[in-house]
Design a protein around this ligand. Structure first.
Ligand code: FES
Length: 101
């Protein structure tokens, strides 16, 4: 199933993208570090329930935050996957080059 996500980027521009359910949000940030703990792929959910529930690996990475970017309410795009439509904000890493609209 495909879901529409409105993505507010660090440039202040909102774009609508369509992603497959289960795809990682790293499609939007363009980041996927080796140990999935760097924190630079953080994003925030603004509306809806567009991403999968927090799993233990992601929770641990957020708690160990090596970047100082993992504030409450933020998620990691390299861990979270698409679960439905909604609106998210990506404050730092950004790449829509690989997203199929
Ligand atoms: S890309 Fe490093 S934690 Fe997600």
């Amino acid at each position: 199933m495909r879901h529409s996500l409105d993505v507010l980027g660090p440039d202040g521009v909102q774009r609508r993208v369509v992603l497959l359910e289960g795809e990682k949000l790293s499609q939007i940030t363009g980041r996927s570090c080796e140990d999935r703990r760097c924190g630079y792929c953080v994003f925030e959910v603004l509306e809806g329930s567009p991403v999968s529930a927090l799993k233990p690996d992601e929770r641990l990475a957020l708690e160990r935050d090596e970047s100082g970017l993992c504030r409450p309410g933020r998620r990691l795009a390299c861990h979270a996957s698409v679960a439905g439509p909604g609106r998210v904000r990506v404050p730092f890493a950004w790449s829509l080059a690989e997203v199929h609209e």
